[in-house]
Design a protein around this ligand. Structure first.
Ligand code: HEC
Ligand code: HEC
Length: 413
């Protein structure tokens, strides 16, 4: 990624978004260059600009000419940081209360094969630029857990459409996950359960031949991919990878398609350099340090947790990646049917969630699992079924003391 840098300076400075980001980044650069990781000055500059872009609130285009960013017309939040504040996971309930779901939790839509809703697309956009109507709102039912899609602008979802909540994961240590070679991930897969341990695990093969590793369903092969998805689905902006300037708007939403956009046919709203710098920023954020007791690792292995939550993988350069994941998809059983899915992944299949940084998520009051339904580690284990049934049952069979030791260990990662 470093090769991109500073090459297209002329176009860069001409681009207002990047120029603004550069000045936003200056105070960060001057204040804490070392905190952003090592590397050459140019790398640090890109990381600092990437951080400013992560924190930047994008704005709507004032007209159909290329004058500004082109947020929306429909979107979920104006900035990456609005959902990924502190790079941490957050509670599903909005901090302002009133039965609302936090902006960081998204409602994904799909049919059984992962195809979009014919009207609302792949995700319900809950915000809109002035003059446009959001697709709907997300509310919490009285139980404080069940999510209701309310005020749907074009009526009910199609009969085939399934919906499911996804919370924004913590974003630390992603550079290390990106550095694990594809062969190392493949080596852990056991799709036919050849070793008969009940745990399979399969690589998420993407149509372009790459393998997925980011997102709850390992649907993105690279950070850049995942960032392009965020611009498209969450912010309503086009990138080279996903050029549609109206993001997730469908032909059944003609006003959105015809709405104000910032890009041109030749130049997407978001230039490739912006995606690159965001990826470089995220890749430079180290993983969180474990906060809890180191004892309990033995129980973690004996109980079979480590069959999926592999203690470490190795990066291409040999660095250990102690993420507690195999980056594979596992069938977790009907209890974890997520409703909406993505092409090529069953609704019950999920990427083994990396457990590093769990202490931070718990301290932030965030729920665990893809939709935040589990209040703590014990509840998360309770939802494990499918390939994880044996491991869950071994956990239940532990003595009370051992159970506490294992829970303390995992809660402190
Ligand atoms: C409206 C809320 C929202 C916004 C805005 C948003 N994200 Fe996310 N982000 C999410 C959710 C939810 C997920 C999990 C999606 C999934 O896997 O289905 C996610 C996942 C990710 C991941 C994958 C992490 C992992 O562990 O695999 C990355 C990286 C990421 N976002 C970066 C960004 C960047 C960069 C931006 C800004 C360009 C951004 N996000 C904007 C909600 C948001
Ligand atoms: C068959 C593979 C497998 C086994 C075995 C397994 N897990 Fe998981 N684990 C997963 C997957 C996949 C997820 C993500 C599920 C989801 O989000 O719906 C997950 C999620 C979790 C989470 C929530 C993480 C988060 O970020 O929200 C915790 C905690 C967890 N597992 C702990 C354990 C413990 C402890 C054990 C052993 C008792 C265990 N797991 C055994 C695959 C497994």
């Amino acid at each position: 990624m470093g090769e991109h840098r500073l090459k297209r300076t002329g176009r860069w400075v001409a681009d207002r978004a990047v120029a603004v980001a550069f000045f936003l980044a200056l105070p960060i650069l001057l204040a804490a260059p070392a905190a952003l990781g090592g590397g050459a000055a140019a790398d640090r500059l890109e990381v600092a600009i990437g951080r400013a872009l992560f924190e930047r609130a994008w704005v709507p285009a004032p007209s159909s000419t290329r004058a500004n960013d082109g947020l929306g017309p429909l979107f979920n939040a104006r900035a990456c940081v609005a959902c990924h504040g502190g790079l941490e996971r957050h509670a599903v309930a909005a901090p302002e209360g009133e039965g609302r779901v936090a902006a960081s939790a998204l409602l994904r839509l799909s049919d059984a094969e992962g195809g979009p809703d014919p009207v609302y697309g792949r995700q319900l956009q809950t915000a809109a630029v002035p003059g446009f109507t959001p697709e709907g709102r997300l509310l919490l039912a009285e139980d404080g857990k069940t999510v209701i899609a309310a005020d749907l602008a074009a009526g009910a979802f199609a009969a085939m459409t399934r919906s499911g909540l996804r919370v924004a994961p913590g974003l630390r240590g992603l550079g290390l996950l990106a550095a694990v070679p594809a062969e190392a991930i493949r080596a852990g897969a056991d799709p036919g359960d050849a070793d008969g341990d009940g745990v399979e695990g399969r690589v998420h093969e993407l149509p372009d031949g790459s393998i997925g590793r980011f997102g709850w369903k390992a649907s993105s092969a690279t950070l850049a991919d995942q960032i392009a998805i965020a611009f498209s689905l969450d912010l309503g902006m086009g990138t080279a990878e996903r050029p549609a300037p109206a993001g997730d708007c469908t032909p059944a939403e003609p006003a959105c398609i015809a709405g104000p956009h910032g890009g041109t046919a030749a130049e997407p709203e978001i230039l490739p350099e912006i995606v690159t710098m965001l990826a470089q920023y995220l890749a430079a954020v180290p993983p969180a340090k474990p906060a809890g007791p180191a004892a309990g690792g033995g129980l973690f292995a004996e109980t079979g947790c480590a069959a999926c939550h592999r203690l470490t993988l190795a990066a291409a350069d040999g660095r250990p990646v102690p993420a507690f994941t195999d980056l594979l998809l596992h069938d977790m059983g009907p209890g974890l049917d997520g409703g909406a899915t993505e092409p090529g992944v069953a609704p019950t299949e999920w990427r083994t969630a990396p457990l590093w940084g769990l202490a931070g998520a718990l301290a932030a009051g965030a729920g665990l699992l893809h939709d935040g339904r589990a209040a703590d580690v014990a509840a998360a284990i309770g939802w494990h079924g499918g390939e994880a049934t044996g491991s869950r049952d071994r956990f239940s069979a532990l003595s009370p003391q051992d159970r506490v030791r294992l829970l303390d260990y995992v809660s402190g990662l």
